[in-house]
Design a protein around this ligand. Structure first.
Ligand code: ATP
Ligand code: LTN
Length: 340
């Protein structure tokens, strides 16, 4: 007996998450998701995927999509994901995602998909192109997650509903056949799970907001960040205090708390007592600049080395396929497809 079989490595629980290359990543993506991915790396078997197939549900310029897909992979690394530890890969490089999605489509109700708020929002935003892919988008997401038997999926709050649907699909399949999929739990941070737009604080910050003043991109220069924060809308009133009737200042204070490493709201209110929006915005801009600058600088370096980045995503896809193909084979067998 070899040492390996005597002492099999204990299996780590699995994490999977992804982001769409619909545009460059922004502060909400870093705060709501990416920074949490990094904290899981040590103790989980992690898969981080750039979901290019999802991005196709909205019309893309092909050359830009190709470029942005690598941008997002580079940003994962710049944000702290270690490619030696975690698999970083491109969704379309692992064909099992699309294959499992087809099977899961047959386990998902029309009503379930039509209740998804992201579908409702996106079909209003893109009313000229409400395609079937947009409708079954959450089923492809369920496939991303279930292929890896993920235990935990770290995402922003807007994805909670999609995770609930994923759980329902997994449970339905497991019940109909026999236990096949791990039923995943979302991980949504207590703070920063929903960073709001700088221009419309009732809307979440989004990387594809047509108003670029609403979003802080991780490649924005220090000056661009300062200008956007200076122009951020504020509520009536002048004090730096949180209250439900003042969502704009509440959002800026939440950003401040996170980028300063967890300063409490009570401390912020005390520090800015008697001071106005202008002073607070300058302090916030300084703190955001310090938070984003190292990420941007690492990104520029990583993105410049395309051969290395390509090697990373190829290795990532190889590792991902080993896991994904096992799950898919099991599923095909259970549903009654003839083995290839
Ligand atoms: P799009 O505008 O193209 O729909 P997006 O900005 O919403 O994109 P996604 O790629 O859909 O970004 O999301 C990537 C991750 O970032 C997800 O986990 C999502 O929940 C999280 N996220 C997105 N927006 C925010 C936000 N404003 N605050 C916190 N987390 C967010
Ligand atoms: N639907 C997500 C992106 C996404 C995802 C995933 C997130 C696609 N597949 C798997 C976590 C796990 C979004 O729109 N933010």
């Amino acid at each position: 007996m070899t040492t390996e079989t005597q002492n099999p490595k204990p299996q780590k629980p699995v994490i999977l998450s992804g982001m769409q290359p619909t545009s460059g990543l922004m502060l909400g993506n870093l705060i709501g998701a990416l920074r949490n991915w990094v904290t899981f790396q040590q103790n989980y078997d992690c898969y981080f995927c750039v979901v290019d197939l999802h991005a196709l549900t909205v019309r893309q310029v092909p050359a830009e999509l190709r470029k942005r897909t690598l941008d997002v992979a580079a940003m994962y690394i710049a944000g702290g994901v270690d490619p030696e530890q975690s698999a970083i890969f491109i969704q379309s490089h692992v064909p099992e995602h699309a294959e499992l999605a087809w099977i899961l489509n047959t386990f998902t109700g029309m009503g379930e998909c039509s209740r998804m708020t992201q579908f409702k929002d996106k079909s209003t935003q893109h009313s000229d192109n409400v395609n079937v892919g947009l409708f079954t988008y959450p089923v492809l997401m369920a496939s991303d997650i279930l292929l890896y038997q993920a235990n935990v999926v770290p995402v922003g709050e807007d994805q909670k509903q999609h995770l609930e649907l994923t759980r329902n699909i997994a449970e339905r399949f497991n019940y109909h056949y026999s236990p096949t999929f791990t039923v995943p739990e979302p991980f949504i941070p207590e703070q920063g799970g929903r960073i709001m737009s700088l221009q419309e604080p009732q809307k979440k910050m989004s990387k594809s907001d047509p108003n670029t003043n609403a979003t802080i991109f991780l490649v924005d220069s220090d000056d661009q960040i300062r200008a956007k924060i200076k122009r951020a809308v504020t509520d009536s009133g002048t004090t730096i205090q949180r209250s439900p009737e003042r969502p704009a200042i509440g959002n800026l204070m939440e950003m401040f708390s996170i980028v300063t490493g967890g300063q409490s709201f009570a401390d912020i209110e005390r520090d800015f007592e008697g001071k106005g929006y202008a002073e607070f915005k300058i302090a916030l801009a300084d703190a955001v600049v310090d938070y984003v600058r190292p990420v941007r600088e690492r990104f520029l370096k990583i993105r410049a080395d395309v051969p290395e980045l390509t090697r990373i995503v190829q290795n990532g896809a190889e590792k991902a396929r080993r896991t994904a193909s096992k799950t898919l084979r099991k599923v095909y067998k259970k549903v009654g497809l003839v083995e290839r």
